[in-house]
Design a protein around this ligand. Structure first.
Ligand code: PMP
Length: 453
C-alpha cells in the first residue's frame, strides 16, 4: 500500500502541473489520485477503496480490471496500431457490423473519438444530407434545456445547461432549445402523459414558428442523464418521432450514456419502440478503456453521400477515429456484455435499486426518485411543497458522507439556472449483489445522518 508521504508528493506535483476537468481549484481538498480498479471498485494512492457508483463518468459498464480487454488492444496494437479510415481495417469493419446487430436496424457507422465528436459528426451529416436532398435551407437543430451533448462548440451549443456555456459564447449557430419532459416539475393538475405530449408538441411549435424548411434535426437523449436523470413518459419519444417524420426533420438520438445496456435495453431508445435516423454513442462502447465513439446513420441517408460530385461525399475526418486497437477492444467489450448478459443484469439491478431505495421518498429532502435501467437520480429539495432545490452545500454534505463510507456518487444540475440538486448513481453493470448491498447501506446511512433535526 502506498504511504501518505507518497500521496503528498503526487498531490504536490498534481497541483503544479495538472489542470482538472470541471473542478474548481481547492487548496483544502486534495484531488483523489486513483491508482487502480477492479470490478466496481477503485483504489486511491492512500490505499482506500471506493465503490465507483458513477462508473467513472457513466462509462465503465463492464467494470475495471478486465484483462481480456487489455489483451485485445495489445494484440491489435502489435498487428496494426494505426491506419486512417479513409481506407479500411478489419476491426472497424467487424465493429460496424456488430453495432448493426446491437442497433437492430440498417445503419452505416462513422467512427470518432468522443461523444462530442459523435454529435458534431451527426450535425454535419444532417446538414449535408439536407443540402444534397434539395433542401439546403435546413440547418437548425432543436434540443432540450438541461440536456448535455458535449463540450465542443456545436455539441455545447446543443447542450441546454447555462452553466457550461455562458463563459464561452457565442457557440455554433442554429441551435434552439425547448422544455425538457421533467414530469416532477410539471404544472399542477396536468397528468404525466399530458405533460409529456405538451413538451413534445413544443418541438413541433418550434419547427413551425422557425419555418419548418429551416430545421435539420432534433437531438435528444432517451432520458436526460447528466441533466438530472429525467425519464420521459412512454408517450414522449414516439410523439417526437411522429413530429420529426411529419416535418422531414432527422431524429438524432444521443446514446452516449444510455447506450450499451445502461438503460436496461441494448440502447435507451429501445425502451420506447422508436427507430432513430441517427444514433450517437461513446462511453460504454469501450467501457471507457480506450477513446472511441460512433455515429450510426440510417442506410438510406448514407445513400445521399454516394454521388460522384466533388462535394457529394462526407468531407469530415478525425485522425484517431476508429483506431484499430480501440475497435478491437470495443468488440471484446461487447462480447463480454453478451457473454455475461450485462444488459439483462442492468435491468435486474436497476429494478432492485429502484425497489430498495423507494423508502428514501419518505426522507425530508427527497423530492423525487427517478430510475432508468441501472441508473438512479435522487432530486433533493429543501421543501417538498414548493420543490425548492436543496442548497448545494447540503447536497455536497451527502456526497461527502457517502465518500467517507467508501461510496462515490455524482451530482447534476445547473448552478447558473439555480439548481444543483440531483444525486446520480450509475455503477458498473457488472456489479455484484454484494456491491449493491454496500451501495444501498452507505447511501441510506448517509441520508439518515443528514436528516434535519
Ligand atoms: N452526450 C452525452 C449524453 C453525454 O453525457 C456526454 C458526456 N458526458 C457527451 C455527449 C459528450 O461525450 P464526451 O465527453 O466523450 O465528448
Amino acid at each position: 500500500m502506498a504511504g501518505n508521504d507518497e500521496t503528498k508528493d503526487w498531490v504536490t506535483k498534481d497541483r503544479d502541473y495538472l489542470w482538472h476537468a470541471m473542478s474548481p481549484y481547492n487548496e483544502q481538498v486534495p484531488p483523489m489520485v486513483v491508482t487502480g480498479g477492479q470490478g466496481s471498485w477503485i483504489t486511491d494512492s492512500t490505499g482506500k477503496r471506493y465503490l465507483d457508483g458513477m462508473s467513472g463518468l457513466w462509462c465503465v459498464n463492464v467494470g475495471y480490471g478486465r484483462e481480456e480487454l487489455a489483451a485485445a488492444a495489445y494484440e491489435q496494437l502489435k498487428a496494426l496500431a494505426y491506419y486512417p479510415l479513409t481506407q479500411s481495417h478489419r476491426p472497424a469493419i467487424q465493429l460496424a457490423e456488430k453495432l448493426n446487430e446491437w442497433l437492430e436496424g440498417e445503419y452505416v457507422i462513422f467512427f470518432s473519438n468522443s461523444g462530442s465528436d459523435a454529435n458534431e459528426t451527426a450535425f454535419k451529416i444532417a446538414r449535408q444530407y439536407h443540402q444534397q436532398n434539395g433542401e439546403p435551407s435546413r440547418y437548425k437543430f432543436i434540443s432540450r434545456y438541461r440536456a448535455y451533448h458535449g463540450s465542443s462548440m456545436g455539441a455545447l451549443a446543443a447542450t441546454g445547461q447555462a452553466q457550461r456555456k455562458y463563459m464561452y459564447e457565442p457557440l455554433g449557430g442554429g441551435f434552439l432549445h425547448v422544455r425538457p419532459p421533467d414530469s416532477y416539475r410539471r404544472p399542477e393538475g396536468m397528468s404525466a402523459e399530458a405533460f409529456s405530449l405538451f413538451c413534445a408538441r413544443e418541438i413541433e411549435e418550434k419547427i413551425v414558428w422557425e419555418g419548418k424548411e429551416t430545421i435539420a434535426g432534433v437531438i435528444v437523449e432517451p432520458a436526460i442523464t447528466g441533466g438530472g436523470i429525467l425519464v420521459p413518459h412512454p408517450s414522449y419519444l414516439p410523439e417526437v418521432q411522429r413530429i420529426c417524420v411529419k416535418h422531414n426533420v432527422l431524429l438524432i438520438i444521443d446514446e452516449v450514456i444510455c447506450g450499451f445496456g445502461r438503460s436496461g435495453e441494448k440502447f435507451g431508445h429501445m425502451n420506447f419502440g422508436i427507430k432513430p435516423d441517427i444514433v450517437t454513442m461513446a462511453k460504454g462502447l469501450t467501457s471507457g478503456y480506450l477513446p472511441l465513439s460512433a455515429t450510426a446513420v440510417r442506410k438510406d441517408i448514407y445513400e445521399q453521400f454516394k454521388g460522384a460530385g466533388a462535394y457529394d461525399h462526407f468531407r469530415h475526418i478525425n485522425t484517431f477515429g476508429g483506431n484499430p486497437a480501440a475497435c478491437a477492444l470495443a468488440l471484446k467489450n461487447l462480447e463480454i456484455m453478451e457473454r455475461e448478459g450485462l444488459v439483462e443484469r442492468s435491468r435486474a439491478l436497476g429494478q432492485r435499486l429502484e425497489e430498495q431505495t423507494a423508502e428514501l421518498l419518505q426522507h425530508p429532502f427527497t423530492g423525487d426518485l427517478r430510475s432508468f435501467g441501472f441508473m438512479l437520480g435522487i432530486e433533493l429539495v429543501a421543501d417538498k411543497q414548493t420543490k425548492e432545490p436543496l442548497p448545494l452545500a447540503a447536497v455536497g454534505k451527502i456526497i461527502a458522507g457517502c465518500k467517507a463510507k467508501g461510496l462515490l456518487i455524482g451530482k447534476n444540475g445547473d448552478t447558473v439556472a439555480g439548481f444543483n440538486n440531483v444525486l446520480t448513481i450509475a455503477p458498473p453493470l457488472s456489479s455484484t449483489d454484494d456491491d449493491v448491498d454496500f451501495l444501498l447501506a452507505a447511501l441510506k446511512q448517509t441520508m439518515e445522518e443528514v436528516k434535519p433535526l
